[in-house]
Design a protein around this ligand. Sequence first.
Ligand code: NAD
Ligand code: TYD
Length: 338
Amino acid sequence: MKMLITGGAGFIGSNFIRYILSKYSDCRIINLDKLTYAGNLENLSDVESSPNYRFVKGDICDTELVDRILKDGIDAIVHFAAESHVDRSIHDPRIFVKTNVLGTQVLLESAFKFKIDRFIQVSTDEVYGTLGREGSFSESSPLQPNSPYSASKASADLLARAYFETFRVPVIITRCTNNFGPYQFPEKLIPLFITNALFNQSLPIYGDGLYVRDWIYVEDHCKALDIILHQGKVGEIYNIGGGNERTNLEITDLILKRLNKPKSLIKHVKDRPAHDRRYSLDCSKIKAELGWSPDTPFEEGIFRTVEWYVTHQEWWKKVKSGEYLKYYQKHYQLEDPS
Ligand code: NAD
Ligand code: TYD
């Protein structure tokens, strides 16, 4: 199989490329990535010399480039490329619409033109909106996104659905819960708190910290995508979740304990606007129809992740200087990270 992976230099995309290359010796991958602040070729330094891997620097919004890649014969597209951080979407929604909505449309159009066999639209549980204490979202729950990020992902999902209904592009939509693991950009909760705590910097908890996410170790997400790519039914949606609902304070506690750091590092700060209270997914469909279930127990995943950030300080120190620093100095009062 020859695959186009978009956004493969980011967190989940790079983990997915590593997963696929180690599992299949006959799978060839082209990674199309614009290398935004979140894209980092160092995430793939161990696979870059593989004869089955090729990197193309470029934008998914560039129709000519996407057409050129697909013309060469691609069997499947696994579409990760996106602006992915809710806070950034609140500060600057426009790029989210451009990349996540228009970029997805460019890929779908090209997939139609060149008769691609599979198009996996990698989406998120955030498109469903927020829950109270009870219940879970199923694949047929209404889309009620609350942030510009989730609205842009929901829009892309709807376009993907429309390209299936109208043009029979063989689309499958996946909606996964919050991922964590190696190579996650340290602006998201878990890597931000690990890297801050390591240097005794404060951990900014939004509001009361009782917001709930369902967490999944990134490798379990990769495994689900692989199964869906090979056995999923076109036109379908599959929820993917770790079954690990935790409050942000519970996660913070676990990280602090593992690093042997004091709770006094926790700092309650102003809440995020329209902050979704709780996410929870009903994943019975993928379990029953495709036999997938997550393998990594939550605490084990967190310990592995903490260990990875402890042993990869060069990686994240570089990432946390540069553009990251400029952004955070503009939007937040930052402690000196040195
Ligand atoms: P990420 O921000 O780490 O990586 C995004 C990648 O996309 C980066 O390499 C970036 O350079 C690239 N990119 C951005 N704009 C591009 C463009 N215009 N053209 C080409 N490449 C571009 O994101 P992630 O956390 O790895 O998420 C990957 C996908 O999974 C996203 O679509 C996201 O919505 C979805 N998702 C993420 C999570 C999560 O918890 N991280 C959960 C569910 C779904
Ligand atoms: P995040 O990792 O940004 O993922 P998402 O918003 O897509 O779920 O945030 C996870 C949770 O952690 C969310 O409830 C917001 C909260 N959070 C904080 O309390 N402080 C922070 O500094 C960050 C980045 C997130």
